[in-house]
Design a protein around this ligand. Sequence first.
Ligand SMILES: Cc1ncc(COP(=O)(O)O)c(C=O)c1O
Length: 371
Amino acid sequence: MKAQVPDHIKSIVPYPPGKPIEELEREYGVKNSIKLASNENAWGSSPKALEAIRQSLSNLHRYPDGSNYYLVQAIAEKDGFSPDEVVVGNGSDEIIEFLVKAYVEPGDEVITSHPSFLMYQKVVQVRGGINKVLPLKGMCHDLDAIISSVTDRTRLIFLDNPNNPTATAMDPGKLYSFLSDLPESVIVVLDEAYVDFMDDEVQIDVYSLIKNSKGRCGVVALRTFSKAYGLAGIRVGYGLMSAEVAGYLHRVRQPFNVNQLAQVAAIAAIKDSEFYGSTLQGVREGKAWLQEEVEKIGCTSYSSQTNFFLIDVKGDAAALYEAMLHKGVIVRSMKAYGYSNVIRVTVGTTEENQRFLHTLQECLQNLGYIQ
Ligand SMILES: Cc1ncc(COP(=O)(O)O)c(C=O)c1O
């Protein structure tokens, strides 16, 4: 008899990443493609991080520092937390896994929204937990519906803020009152992968939420070096949480979960305020330009608190996605997420934005979506 796989594993649909450039060029025979599909940093990585990686190459025969000592110190200092309130992961994806491993038993419930970041549900499925998935309301997390679905089996609530893929941020006041109504037995995970791009007035005071959770749910904030810091390829992210929660996550993590190059790169990236600042400026300017231009050619752009935004292309998004692939431009169709006329695009460099716009216009005309 063949080895048996449990049904909750069989039913998992693997995460669909944005199409890699190499795959597109191999399959479609196109050259000089651009990828604006995975919300990466268009300007590359911090030169200081790259130099730190080079310096560290002679040490690869050693295991990395399993405590991530210097990186934890650097994050704690940057965000104003103490080191025992920081847990570092192989991408913030890994912190999602730690939380589910530590807090969810088979049959426990985890609440997420749809559409939102897909990894939450997959990790819960692996664990044999029950996903309670609630539709967004007006493209935002429906906090009223979420609170109504909490039961005594609810362990975690994942809220990506801003939400991926809609790029919307929650109203801070509404979030605070939602949190104050939740029981102590629930942990709310605020996934702030795009926090660096948010306007000041929608920033959440995660410091106070984590430090003062008496009588209500605990809060964990997730952050990443994959976006504003340009280190998606080396995989490093972290969580901010109470020392008690951190203690449980350390119990479920591998001893060397963050590799040595990732550790030195992230430390250097934190210190590279020039690269960080120019990334934020590039995103701000590129997004404003793109949003204005797509409106001029007859599309509708949605407002965004991130380095990506949604565009209503006035016709089938999947067909447009395919047409753009043939011209070497990779975006995301939101059709599978329930938005049949919508694509998601990541803000690129000036040249990439121009190429995107030109290709978009050409494909929209060829498909007859615009004149
Ligand atoms: C909302 C959200 N959370 C988490 C992640 C994963 O980030 P990381 O690269 O740190 O694993 C992403 C990546 O796109 C994301 O969009």
